[in-house]
Ligand binder design. Structure first.
Ligand code: KIV
Length: 268
């Protein structure tokens, strides 16, 4: 194993040391390599793949085969970061047997080191079986996008006392089941702080404020590559979409006017 490889043990170590954990999504070899080289702790091959790469309207149509295809490419780019495969809709919900089989595919076919799945106490049978067979599980509660139809949209969760209590209980149950960390998506900052304080394992926030143990973002959002919509919680660190657009337009103009290719791009 590479010397500075981030492992499942480093999540808890960083939380205990008061160090914040960084996680980003990747879907291909090149981006995975850039993220890994930049020293990000963990890379998630998210089922956000469906929306930001494959052009679906939600994550619901994403299949296991699509996830495995992209996870294999990401694996080839990631050397040091901890690699997590995101279980797509209906790859685990129906029965623990499906969950174990598909989690196993992420490890065996794509070389992932862990899997993530959405849901709290209702998913405990699946989560326990996956962990029992030796695959670490990252929990995910709050706004779980695979339940978009139940929620009636991508709205902040846990705003009322009852749901806030349910989320804290879910988080505790995921910890007790053996999850190594829990993603908190789109919940109020104060609630995320309460969940984080209630747990020994780290919380990774997305739209959950600064009181979490770490943060995750969808990389095409943070670099401005996916421009269909930008959630309020995203900070744009670059405007890659416009950089690409300008480059493509210049190529078109220079090709049409004969500026490209120049002598330096041609063979004698
Ligand atoms: O699919 C994904 O990218 C995710 C993150 C938003 C946490 O689940």
């Amino acid at each position: 194993m590479q010397k500075d490889k981030f492992t499942v043990l480093d999540f808890r170590r960083k939380k205990d040391a008061g160090e914040r954990i960084t996680m980003l999504t990747a879907y291909d070899f090149t981006m995975a390599g850039i993220i890994d080289e930049a020293g990000i702790d963990a890379v998630l091959v998210g089922d956000s793949l469906g929306m930001v790469v494959l052009g679906y309207d939600s994550t619901l149509p994403v299949t296991m085969d699509e996830m495995i295809h992209h996870a294999k490419a990401v694996r080839r780019g990631v050397k040091k970061a901890f690699l997590i495969g995101d279980m797509p809709f209906m790859s685990y919900q129906a029965k623990p047997k499906d969950a174990v089989h598909n989690a196993g595919r992420f490890v065996k076919e794509a070389g992932c080191e862990a899997v993530k799945l959405e849901g709290g106490r209702v998913m405990l049978p699946q989560i326990k079986r996956i962990i029992e067979i030796g695959i670490p599980v990252l929990g995910h509660i709050g706004l779980t996008p695979q339940s978009v139809n139940k929620f009636g949209g991508y709205k902040v969760r846990g705003k009322d006392d009852d749901e806030a209590k349910r989320l804290i209980d879910d988080a505790r149950a995921l910890q007790d089941a053996g999850c190594f960390a829990v993603i908190l998506e789109c919940i109020p900052r104060k609630l995320a702080g309460e969940v984080t304080a209630a747990l020994n394992i780290p919380t990774i926030g997305i739209g959950a404020g600064d009181l979490c143990s770490g943060q995750v973002l969808v990389t095409p959002d943070l670099i401005g590559y996916f421009n269909k919509f930008t959630p309020k919680f995203v900070k744009r660190y670059a405007d890659i979409g416009n950089v690409i657009s300008e480059a493509v337009k210049r190529f078109k103009t220079e090709t049409e006017t004969g500026i490209f290719p120049g002598e330096e791009h041609s063979f004698k």
